[in-house]
Design a protein around this ligand. Structure first.
Ligand SMILES: [Zn+2]
Length: 230
């Protein structure tokens, strides 16, 4: 699964590493650290040992996200994450929000070459021309989608598994090995978005976005977030 993910998402070299199936699971690259013994004390899926990372795990990962700017931001940041650790992206998130106008799609859609130059010069973010240009291109694709009468929110959420009872997964994964890197829905969502002009939206990245935006809830059965909700 991780190999297939790496193939369709060439910007995720980490997913072909020995931690492949783990890196591909949503919060992606941060899973390997979660496997280190000293970070299993609190038993989170990931994030133990780093307050920012732990807070992301506790309060955001798997929690439903709605709205054009919010979803655009998640998709963009998952794209920027490819090949890096999620914690790196998380630490840079405030700067990303600042330089990308809080991910307002219409503002970013209007970015030109001078903005690309500005962003490439800003050491607070991930300075990758392809990812920056893809983000601007995705904003334009999103605006085109909106102008055609469809929201990213409805398109994205149409790929959420419908179990008919409001639940977001059939059974909770016991270990990271039980968490997929991609799904039929993430592959279909990827195809749909690519058809509409989005880039850096491979099935692995989209599965990660589905986890991050709560379309699926992949917290492990032993996770304190799960046991606290029960
Ligand atoms: Zn968890």
């Amino acid at each position: 699964m991780s190999v297939a993910g790496a193939t369709v998402a060439p910007m995720t070299p980490a997913s072909s590493s020995k931690t492949g199936s783990k890196t591909a699971t949503g919060a992606t690259d941060e899973n390997p650290p979660a496997a280190e013994p000293d970070e299993q004390v609190a038993g989170r899926c990931f994030g133990d040992g780093d307050p920012l990372y732990a807070a992301y795990h506790d309060d955001e990962w798997g929690v439903p996200v709605h709205g054009e700017a919010a979803l655009f931001e998640r998709i963009a940041l998952e794209g920027f994450q490819s090949g890096l650790s999620w914690l790196t992206v998380l630490r840079k998130r405030p700067a990303f929000r600042e330089v990308f106008a809080d991910f307002d799609p219409r503002t970013v859609a209007g970015f030109g070459e001078d903005d690309v130059t500005r962003l490439l010069a800003d050491g607070r973010i991930i300075r990758n021309r392809a990812k920056i240009e893809a983000t601007i291109g995705n904003a334009r694709a999103l605006v085109a989608l909106n102008d055609a009468g469809t929201s990213l929110d409805e398109l994205f959420w149409s790929y959420a598994p419908d179990r008919g009872d409001g639940s977001r997964r059939a059974s909770r994964p016991a270990t990271w090995q039980d968490v997929p890197a991609t799904s039929d829905a993430s592959t279909a969502l990827s195809k749909d978005l690519k058809k509409r002009g989005f880039r850096f939206v491979g099935p692995t990245t989209m599965y990660a976005a589905m986890q991050a935006c709560g379309l699926v809830d992949d917290h492990l059965a032993t996770c304190p977030v799960v046991t606290a909700r029960a």
